[in-house]
Each structure stands twice: as C-alpha cells, then as structure tokens.
Design a protein around this ligand. Structure first.
Ligand SMILES: [Zn+2]
Length: 114
C-alpha cells in the first residue's frame, strides 16, 4: 500500500479500499447521479434525501415525493461530510444489500469555512 503517494489526487490518508479515488478495489462509478441532502450519517455511509415530482395524469398535477438513498461514504470524505450537506452521489456496483451509490462530491457544505 505504501508506494508512491505523489500520484494521489488528494493528500489524505485514505485507507478505504472501496474509495473511488484512492481505493485499490477500483470502485467505478457509472449510471445515474443524484444530488440530495445528507439526513443521516453512519460509519462509512450516509443517507441522502431529495424530492422528485410525480405526475398525476388524472388531475394533471404534480405531487412531491421524497426519495431516500443510502450511499457509501469513503474514508477520505468522512470528516468533511456532515448532516445537512448537499452532496452528489454516483451509482456504482452494489456494495451491500442497500448500498449501490457512493458519495462523489460535496456541493454545499453546512460546515463554516474558517
Ligand atoms: Zn479516498
């Protein structure tokens, strides 16, 4: 593991093998991406929620539905992401029963930048 560290994208100590940037398992992202608010944070994973519009043809109106998705939180991001953050997640291969997304980007952080 301790080879040339210069080629790494970020200078962080990331031991997460399933990290899309640093992991040696090469967790590739593909398919769809979503953006949403982090509503729960657990070790190695977050739950994000976003709203989508559902068309009701009978009434020719739209209804707001909420979607919750569990996503993997790589080690190098675990200190940056907090509940309330607006993040982007990307689809990946199923990592566990509920997780087939990985956090790819923090769009808006709730944490105050000093
Ligand atoms: Zn990483």
């Amino acid at each position: 593991m301790a080879k040339q560290e210069q080629t790494k994208v970020e200078n962080v100590d990331c031991k997460d093998r399933l990290c899309p940037i640093h992991g040696d398992k090469k967790l590739k992202t593909r398919g769809r991406t979503f953006e949403g608010v982090v509503i729960r944070k657990l070790p190695g994973r977050v739950t994000i929620q976003f709203e989508r519009m559902l068309k009701l043809p009978k009434y020719e109106r739209y209804e707001k539905r909420k979607t919750k998705i569990h996503a993997r939180l790589p080690d190098c991001m675990k200190n940056d992401v907090i509940v309330g953050d607006y993040v982007q997640i990307a689809e990946t291969r199923p990592i566990s029963k509920m997780i087939h997304f990985v956090v790819s980007k923090i769009i808006k952080s709730e944490r105050k930048t000093e």
